[in-house]
Every structure is written in structure tokens, then in C-alpha cells.
Design a binder for this molecule. Sequence first.
Ligand code: NZQ
Ligand code: ZN
Length: 390
Amino acid sequence: MFGNFSYCNPTKLYFGDDALKYLNVELPKYGKNVVLIYGGGSIKKNGIYDDVVKILADNGKDVAEISGVMPNPTVDKLREGVEIARQHKADLLLAVGGGSVCDYAKAVSVSVNCDEDPWEKYYIRFEEPACEIVPVGCVLTMVGTGSEMNAGAVITNPHTHQKIGHVFADEKIMPKFSILNPQYTMALPHYQMVAGIYDIFNHICEQYFSGEDNNVSDYLSEGLMRSVIEASRIANQNPQDYEARSNLMWAATWALNTLLSRGKSTDWMVHMIGQSVGAYTDATHGMTLAAVSLPYYRHILPYGLEKFKRFAVNVWGVDPAGKTDEQAALEGLTALEGWMRELGLVMNISDLGATEDMIEGIADGTIILTGGYKVPNREEIIQILKESLK
Ligand code: NZQ
Ligand code: ZN
């Protein structure tokens, strides 16, 4: 049944090879004190840092920096950043980087004016902020997470082997603006590019394979998936193809900017298992999803047979004539596997550093959500993880 919902997405986007100049339009809307947040240094190598710093100076901003935000940002780094933003009395948090940097900026934004420990409040108790939120803007350099236009912020606690995402309910936590220049993504190492591509694809799958569907979302999802497959093949051959990189960047935003999930249930169990693998291995997010996806989908296929058949036909062009529903559906997953191997994705968790003795811990760290065709129990998650080890 078509579910009831509200919809509001306040993030302003600037897209294109000249998008950074619009920082000049956005910066005057905020006070003088800006905290510039970035990762391990890629933006210094490719010149984005210099361009951003110049625009900040031209606009008379007083800038403090939080650098070294790692992929899968940690709770310790979060606490450190909250202190810097407090001391600087931040009027704006400007994230320049991938999903990790954008997520991190959002986590800082809800913690600066809050007395409680952010991990306990937002990642254990899943509370919403009751304090004033510091605005966030993003300059995106890596495509995949959709963090540029959503209210998600994933933080890892390496002390407890937990990697937890909080998708905040309040759209105020979404970035106020995001700057999307597809050219910035061209310097990404192949490994990161394809991990991001699979992240996009899997975000769509998580919202497509679920208990309660609606046809608008299904057709939007199928169109997005087809466009990701097509663009990924071009970018995989020629990473400098601007059209393909633009299609990927735009598809990534729409794959997880709250549109597809309206009026329907969603699953997210591949992400839950993948995140727990990430908590144990610190592996690249998209690769953790790739490594557990096929065992998961083969496991739930009998419970969502009709949709898996639709996926095979509408996304992969499988001809169902003369086949049972199961045969057609399985052919879709075979096509998915072929594409994943073509891109060079990591297909098992052993290659990400997971070992047999971690399986129980990973299963215990997996948050079980209830939106999918079959809510897995602990034994099923262990079985899926064992399949993913091979
Ligand atoms: O740190 P630097 O030096 O910048 O290097 C980064 C990093 O090592 C590098 N990189 C980024 N842009 C680059 C570049 N290298 C060269 N050229 C460029 N233009 O790429 C590496 C990975 O960056 P990261 O930000 O970690 O990747 P991604 O965008 O995949 O973000 C992953 C994080 O987002 C979370 C994940 O769990 C993970 O913590 N997610 C956030 C979501 C959300 N907000 O809704 C949903 C996702 O499912 C995901 O869970
Ligand atoms: Zn993801």
C-alpha cells in the first residue's frame, strides 16, 4: 500500500564544472567564522584546497581547520572536531571531501552546542538534537554516499567495533548547500571510484527490494540503476569522461536524498551487515557492501521473488520467456554479479581483512532492521557472512 509521508529537501545544489564559484553566493549568508573540514590531503594535491581557501579569504572569513578526517570517521575525531568548532565559535562548517568528511561535518554540527557526549546521544540512544545546529555546506570530491543532500552521518567507534549511521529526522541537518563538480571526481583512484559506484547502486537496491513498494519509486529506481550501469561502464573504461562522471554524480545524489524511500518501506540490511564488517576491518564502505550483497540477495530472493524477477527484466534486460520466475530472478543476480566483477569490486569479506573468528562479532554488531522481505535473525546473518567469506 502507498504509505503516507512528508517531503522536504532544503539543500541547495550547484552542479557543473564552474560550481565552486557559487561559494561566493553562499558564504555571505553566514557569519565570519568558518571551520574548513577536510580529509587526508587529496584536496591539497588536486588544488581544490587552494581554490576554496582563496574564496574564503576573498569573502573575509576567519577560518579554522579540521584536517585529517579519515574514511569511516571515528568518534575520537568527532570529539576533537567539536572542540575546534566550539573554540572558533563556528558560524559555518564547510566540508570539502567525500561522504566521510560531509558526514563528519554533520555530526559536529549537531554536537557543538550540545553538552552531552555525541556518541552516546546520537549513536547509542539515537536522539535528535535539542540544541542549535551549526550550518553545514559541502564541496563534494567523491561520489557515492549521497551525504551531500541527506541528513545521514555515519560514525565509527573503533573501541567497541561499532559503525553506526544516524539518519537524522530533522531536515535542518541536511547541508544548506552542496557544490558538485564532476571534474573533482576524476582524480579518484579506481578503487574508490568503483566502490562509490557500487554504493550508489546499493542505495537504490536497499530502497527497491523491500516489503511495501510503490510504482513511482520502482520506476525511478530502475531508471537510476540503468543509468548507473551505463555510466559506470564508460567511466571504468575512460575515467576522464565528463558525461559519465556527471551522470554518476547526479545519480548518487538522487539515490539517497530521501526521494526514493517516500511512501514505501526500505530494507538496508546490506548496509547494516557491511557497516559491521567495516567496524572490524575499516574497509572502504562501498567494498563492504559489494562483498556481502550477493549472499544476502540470494538468501532473500525466495521471499521477494516477484521483485527480483522485475529487477532482472527491467534493469538487466533478462527475457523471462520460457523461464520460471526463480530462473529469471536468478539470472538478474547473475547479471549483477557479472557487472560487479567487470568493475573490479571486492567480492568477499576475506579480501577486506575479515576472518572466520570475527564472524560472530560482526553478526552481533549488525543492527537488524525490519523493512525487508525477510527480517534476518542472528543465525541467518552468520550464514550470510560465512558465504561472504568465500
Ligand atoms: O581523505 P582524502 O585524502 O580526501 O582521501 C579520500 C579518502 O581516502 C579519497 N578521496 C576523496 N575525494 C578524492 C579522493 N582521492 C582523490 N581524489 C579525490 N577527488 O577517497 C577516500 C574515501 O573517501 P570517503 O569520504 O571515505 O568516501 P565515501 O564518499 O565513500 O564516504 C564513506 C563514508 O560515508 C558513509 C560510509 O559509511 C563511510 O563512513 N556513508 C554515509 C551515508 C550518508 N551520509 O547517507 C550513506 C552511505 O551508505 C555511507 O554509509
Ligand atoms: Zn552506502
